[in-house]
Design a binder for this molecule. Structure first.
Ligand code: SF4
Length: 236
């Protein structure tokens, strides 16, 4: 059913039930996302897409648009709230962008630029989560994981359907895990898919560290905002 909604005062005609972050992107309004992927079930784990919907704060990727919905994306208060969430993600892990293999291709880094983050307003935790090198093709830099759960939900063994990645423990003890046997059975293209799927540099392919020159990497060629609004939709 055709409906009208309002985003930051702009009246938008769309279809009822569509995902808010996609409707916004199609109409030139960028809402940052990290866990969200177009055409995949919504995870709603990272919360960096927080917006105000009819007066209440919601994760934009979880919102289905409805008749006469009023959405606030870029007011100073809501934008600063999203920035604070991104800062929390940086403070909670060890994100040393200049030396990270994923720099220039990291969605968290790209979102940091988009929200105008310079330094976190929160104390850095300097978490110690030891890396995992046991698998033959993939290693995990666990202290970079933001627990988006993309890999947990989408990376499965082709033969058994079993999950290759999981999260153990809770709270500050949580850490990303890998099933070494299933990981070693991953074909090369699935390894690359897992590396690309991870929005940070937590899943990395062994022997492929810095394979693209600085200046030619994904978000250096087209910013995350450009990709979201023009190139790949709301999931890039
Ligand atoms: S390893 Fe990457 S994809 Fe998996 S939960 Fe952590 S941040 Fe998300």
């Amino acid at each position: 059913m055709s409906i009208q909604i309002t985003i930051d005062g702009m009246e938008i005609n769309t279809e009822e039930g569509r995902t808010l972050v996609e409707v916004a992107a199609e109409n030139g309004v960028y809402i940052p996302t990290l866990c969200y992927l177009r055409n995949q079930s919504c995870l709603g784990t990272c919360r960096v897409c927080a917006v105000r919907v009819n007066g209440n704060i919601s994760a934009g990727c979880t919102v289905r648009v409805g008749k006469d919905m009023v959405v606030e994306v870029n007011s100073a208060e809501v934008a600063d709230m999203r920035k604070a969430i991104v800062e929390m993600l940086f403070a909670e892990g060890n994100h040393n962008c200049p030396s990270c293999e994923k720099s220039g291709r990291c969605q968290l880094q790209a979102v940091g630029y988009e929200v105008g983050m310079t330094v976190a307003r929160f104390p850095y935790r300097f978490e110690k989560r030891p890396p995992e090198f046991a698998a033959g093709k993939i290693w995990l830099e666990r202290d970079r994981c933001i627990f988006c759960q993309r890999c947990v939900n989408l990376m499965r063994d082709a033969a058994s359907g079993k999950k290759i990645f999981s999260i153990s423990n809770r709270g500050h003890r949580a850490r990303i895990e890998i099933d070494v046997g299933l990981a070693d059975a991953m074909p090369p293209e699935q390894v690359k898919q897992a590396v690309d799927l991870c929005p940070v540099g937590a899943i990395l392919e062994k022997r492929i560290g810095y394979d693209e020159p600085i200046g030619q990497r994904k978000y250096e060629v087209h910013s995350l905002r450009e990709r979201t609004l023009n190139t790949e939709g709301a999931s890039s």
